[in-house]
Design a protein around this ligand. Structure first.
Ligand SMILES: Nc1ncnc2c1ncn2[C@@H]1O[C@H](COP(=O)(O)OP(=O)(O)O)[C@@H](O)[C@H]1O
Ligand SMILES: [Mg+2]
Length: 287
């Protein structure tokens, strides 16, 4: 398939404002992302040791784990920001063997299937809000300017920022910048949204708006892989929680199981530390 043929079919009716992104060629509830044997080292030190991961279309998967466990690296490999030594990644009907013989076109196609929201927003500082949102669809996807611009404004309106379309990122609060970054990701009509601790650089009073937006996207049916320390979000919004430590998936399951009845000692230790309390009776999550 060509790199521009992301959906395996027509663009979603009504555009991304109507959600939930490209189908990736699979029906809701079917496997959208399948990762097998993902391995990555930095300077000879293994950071990912054969990660397997499954995400169904429409699912929200929360990826949790201590700092340095490899969470960011997983997302970066999926968006072609890192090159793993091994691993097969399938997104819908696209299959890329990253360890062996992935062509540039394969990798471009993989990149095009997902969009990433970063901890520190990573907006282009010298472009306006609107330019930040339209850049990818115009330059990378070569979609028509009028359509792209209208969609971008509609998405900005949706997050209450249409009136800031001509502002520069530094003129916005962190919470507004992150909402722009989410809009930028949606404008690419990806099959899969990747979030890397999207609220951890925000002042506490700005976290809620971003989590609310992510919750809305989840309800609309976007497929989301979210690295987060917001356990209440994971509990309330995620379908599946995956706990990583030391470059491996230690445990995964429904939120109630992993967060409240973890099977592995490493998971229990992590949750206790995160919640800053000795928890003989198990963790209590803040609302
Ligand atoms: N570009 C890099 N160069 C060298 N080491 C890196 C690089 N990126 C990440 N690492 C190391 O890989 C490990 C996993 O990092 P990361 O995926 O960022 O973990 P997490 O997101 O879970 O905190 C850490 O030990 C980190 O220091
Ligand atoms: Mg990280």
């Amino acid at each position: 398939m060509s790199p521009t043929d992301r959906t395996g079919g027509p663009a979603p009716a009504g555009g991304p404002a109507a959600g939930p992104g490209a189908s990736g060629g699979v029906a809701p509830g079917e496997l959208l992302l399948r990762v097998r044997g993902l391995e990555k080292s930095f300077d000879g030190t293994p950071v990912l040791r054969s990660i397997d991961l499954d995400v169904r279309r429409g699912q929200v998967v929360a990826l949790i784990g201590p700092s340095g466990s490899g969470k960011t690296t997983v997302l970066r490999c999926l968006d072609d920001l890192e090159t793993p030594e091994a691993g097969v990644v399938e997104v819908g009907d696209l299959r890329v063997d990253l360890g062996a013989g992935a062509t540039r076109a394969d990798r471009a196609a993989l990149r095009d299937r997902s969009a990433m929201v970063f901890q520190h927003f990573h907006l282009f500082p010298h472009r306006t809000v609107l330019q930040n949102v339209t850049e990818g669809p115009l330059v990378v996807q070569r979609r028509p300017e009028r359509e792209v611009r209208a969609e971008a404004l509609e998405l900005l309106r949706r997050v209450g920022l249409e009136h800031r379309a001509d502002a520069y990122p530094h003129e916005l609060s962190g919470g507004q910048q992150q909402r722009v970054a989410i809009v930028r990701a949606l404008a690419l009509r990806p099959a899969l949204l990747l979030f890397d601790e999207p609220t951890s650089a925000l002042d506490p009073e700005l976290v809620g708006d971003v989590l609310d937006l992510m919750t809305e996207l989840a309800r609309e049916g976007w497929t989301m892989l979210v690295v987060t320390h917001e356990l209440a979000f994971a509990r309330d919004v995620a379908d599946l929680v995956v706990f990583m430590d030391g470059g491996v998936v230690v445990e995964q399951g429904p939120p109630a199981q992993v967060l409240e009845h973890p099977q592995q000692e490493r998971t229990r230790t992590f949750l206790r530390r995160l919640l800053h309390r000795p928890a003989p009776e198990g963790p209590e999550l803040r609302p």
